[in-house]
Design a protein around this ligand. Structure first.
Ligand code: ADP
Ligand code: MG
Length: 234
């Protein structure tokens, strides 16, 4: 599916929030690195997709009504074979049904498991005065509790991306920490720039959340993504 057909489909269904698969397809269309992903509505289909993608994989709930998947027990990582994928399919679906009663559930997504690294967040929101603004920070607790994030107005230049990443208090985490190697800052900067370009090219996008982007010693990849469309685009 192309970017335009995904946006048209969401419009038709009167949805502003794109699913993870739709969001990642949009990003991949713009050459932004995301984990390979495929939707599956049955246990067997999930196993087939996992076989195609290659192990280890991650299985996540696929529901247009659930945006915080781990809150409902809807994420199962590091699945090493068909058996584990089958079990994860059942667990993820039943936890989501239990924790989000009434949500319409399409099935699951099966995806490539990204190599470990430092989890960061790249976000986009619109400021009434400045227009699209890009946010960068460390993922997880750092963003939720410490609010250790920095902002730049879109579009960014290379120099802005460099400064943005170095502005957060937790920058040292990216330079190597205990047994963690330093991340490839150049590739992380490039990804920030790609997201800025993507947002600039698509004014119909209101918000974006790439959380986490996994920053590794040799690259950076979006492991989760959520795109929200502008109301006017409907
Ligand atoms: P949520 O909807 O709750 O934000 P996520 O998709 O972000 O769910 O998954 C929760 C966590 O699972 C992530 O922060 C990350 O640590 C891990 N994770 C998710 N997808 C992947 C993936 N494809 N590869 C590696 N780790 C992943
Ligand atoms: Mg997430």
């Amino acid at each position: 599916m192309t970017t335009q057909s995904i946006i048209d489909q969401a419009k038709k269904e009167k949805r502003l929030i794109l699913t993870e698969e739709e969001s990642k397809t949009l990003l991949a269309d713009a050459n932004i690195r995301t984990t390979k992903i495929a939707a599956a509505s049955t246990r067997d289909e999930a196993i087939n997709k996992a076989d195609e993608i290659g192990y280890p994989v991650v299985v996540k709930i696929d529901s247009t009504d659930i945006t915080h998947k781990s809150d409902v027990g809807g994420v199962s990582v590091n699945l090493k074979d068909a058996n584990e994928v089958g079990e994860a399919f059942d667990t993820v679906i039943s936890s989501a049904k239990e924790n989000a009663p009434g949500a319409s559930i399409q099935g699951v997504t099966v995806q490539e498991m990204a190599d470990p690294g430092v989890e960061v967040i790249i976000g986009l929101s619109k400021d009434p005065q400045f227009g699209p603004v890009l946010m960068f920070g460390l993922g997880g607790i750092a963003v939720e509790i410490l609010k250790d994030v920095a902002f730049r107005i879109v579009p960014l230049e290379k120099r802005d991306a460099k400064q943005l990443i170095r502005e957060i208090k937790g920058f040292a985490m990216l330079e190597g920490y205990r047994n963690l190697p330093a991340v490839d800052l150049e590739k992380l900067e490039d990804l920030v720039l790609q997201v800025s370009e993507f947002a600039w090219a698509h004014p119909e996008i209101a918000e974006m959340d790439l959380n986490p982007v996994i920053a590794q010693a040799d690259g950076a990849i979006a492991a989760d993504a959520r795109v929200i469309l502008e109301e006017e685009s409907q």
